[in-house]
Design a binder for this molecule. Structure first.
Ligand SMILES: Cc1cc2nc3c(=O)[nH]c(=O)nc-3n(C[C@H](O)[C@H](O)[C@H](O)COP(=O)(O)OP(=O)(O)OC[C@H]3O[C@@H](n4cnc5c(N)ncnc54)[C@H](O)[C@@H]3O)c2cc1C
Length: 430
């Protein structure tokens, strides 16, 4: 079946994925000499850096999601299709979608991001809660709140602990940010909403296989983050690997066992795989190897950008980091080059301009390294708030997020703690 799309004189660019990379590319190609088809399995763009706030009931999902059709309401040369891409046929230049069928392309851009890496551990995959999408963040929110409700009626201390304690695996920005937010929730929310529970019974563990949290940051920032987390009562376990998790027991490499019903898995990502793609295009963590123009080697007219791509150069032998800035800068450069191709002009190689990194560690605390300047504490937290606020799509979303943050700042409370479950969703108890 061939998908229903208008045939025009213009060459067709098909973009798979409307994340930071794909969306930026589509926006840059509006009114270009191409017909653009933007495909995503979801009908919205998700702002992943704030997923942890949805998971900890600080923000509603609609504040960090933006419907794709609303974004391109006025752009009739952009065609949006909501479906999952299954296969690429680079010989005959078409892709196959799960429901819609075949879409032919002249140029194909792979911008499908990366997904949670469970490192082949099927038990962890089955029982842990990942943090890579809005539904996953909502699952975590339901589980945190739902488990406190269950804990209220358990009299036996040992059994109650399983519902109160939380284990986070992965000491990168996601793990650190969610640990900080959970510590704040324990300190400010639990005594108000669940005053019958003893907040001191809630143990929050942050487990990392390395000897440094926030490994992409400087020693100074890592130490500051670790100190801040420990001061907030987080139990930081370093040089420790989670070997297995059966839904109740976390088996550690030091032979210890932690009992918990909630294991948050933020230990890394791996890019997806589409049928029909040759095996030799993949680099570490299944990222697609691209040249300095983001072209996929050996596949004419196929490009990859963002988390699913890796550009190995002398300056960055492991490729640039899998962060939003890289994804967006690659999209901007590729858009420029695709326009240049139409004009037969010279192409520009990609070079990442590192503007800096930052991570928040709870209320009024963060670490930041901006243009080489390292700082932490309240000012870093304000920088973090500002950068994230301006990066969220849509004025209404910016406003809603700002109001939520302001209320949370002044009242140390938010009123978003709803447990929203479809009938088929299960909690830890069943
Ligand atoms: C919890 C969390 C916190 C983060 N915090 C930060 C941060 O603070 N700062 C920072 O710079 N980066 C952060 N990141 C990383 C950042 O979000 C990614 O680097 C960025 O999203 C990569 O953009 P992308 O466009 O390559 O992929 P994504 O944004 O992941 O987009 C990929 C898109 O492709 C779609 N897709 C996937 N497969 C298919 C398919 N087969 N068919 C159709 N559509 C498909 C997906 O639905 C998705 O919309 C964070 C990531 C997470 C998970």
């Amino acid at each position: 079946m061939i998908a229903n799309l208008p045939e025009t004189e213009l060459p067709r660019i098909v973009i798979i994925g409307a994340g930071f990379a794909g969306l930026k590319l589509a926006r840059k190609l509006v009114r270009s000499q191409y017909q653009v088809v933007l495909i995503d399995k979801e009908n919205y763009h998700a702002f992943q850096p704030l997923l942890y706030q949805v998971a900890t009931a600080g923000l509603e999902p609609s504040s960090i999601a933006f419907p794709l059709r609303k974004l391109f309401q006025r752009e009739k040369k952009i065609h949006i299709r909501i479906d999952e891409v299954l296969e690429v046929n680079a010989t005959d230049k078409f892709i196959t979608l799960k429901n819609i069928g075949r879409v032919n392309y002249d140029i194909l851009v792979l911008a499908y991001g990366a997904d949670t890496n469970f490192f082949g551990n099927e038990n962890v995959k089955l029982n842990a809660i990942p943090m890579k999408s809005i539904p996953e963040a909502l699952t975590l929110r339901n589980r945190i709140l739902g488990d406190y409700e269950i804990a209220l009626s358990i009299t036996d201390y040992q059994s109650r602990q399983e519902y109160m304690d939380i284990v986070i695996v992965g000491g990168g920005p996601t793990g650190v940010e969610i640990a900080g937010a959970l510590a704040d929730m324990r300190k400010y929310i639990l005594p108000k909403d669940y005053y019958e529970l003893n907040k001191d019974e809630v143990d929050i563990y942050l487990i990392d296989s390395g000897n440094k949290l926030l490994s992409a940051f400087s020693e100074q920032s890592s130490e500051n983050a670790e100190k801040a987390l420990k001061a907030m009562g987080i139990k930081v376990l370093q040089n420790t690997i989670v070997k297995d998790y059966d839904g109740v027991q976390v088996f550690l490499s030091n032979n210890e066992i932690i009992r918990t019903r909630k294991l948050i898995w933020a230990a890394g990502v791996i890019a997806g795989k589409l049928d029909g793609m040759p095996d030799n295009i993949y680099g570490p963590r299944r990222r697609i190897i691209v040249d300095e123009f983001n072209a996929v080697k050996g596949m004419e007219g196929v490009y990859a950008i963002g988390d699913c791509a890796v550009m190995i150069t002398e300056d960055s032998p492991n490729g640039d980091p899998q962060v939003a800035q890289v994804a967006m800068q690659q999209a901007v450069n590729l858009a420029k080059n695709l326009k240049a191709i139409r004009k037969n002009s010279i192409l520009t190689p990609f070079k990442y301009k590192d503007l800096g990194i930052m991570a928040t560690i709870g209320r009024k605390k963060a670490v930041a390294e901006i243009y080489g300047v390292k700082y932490s504490g309240f000012f870093a937290w304000l920088t973090w708030l500002f950068i994230h606020l301006i990066s969220i799509l849509g004025t209404k979303n910016k406003l809603v997020v700002f109001i939520n943050w302001a209320i949370a700042y002044f009242t140390r409370d938010q009123s978003l703690r709803l447990i929203l479950k479809a009938k088929s969703l299960k909690n830890s108890a069943n």
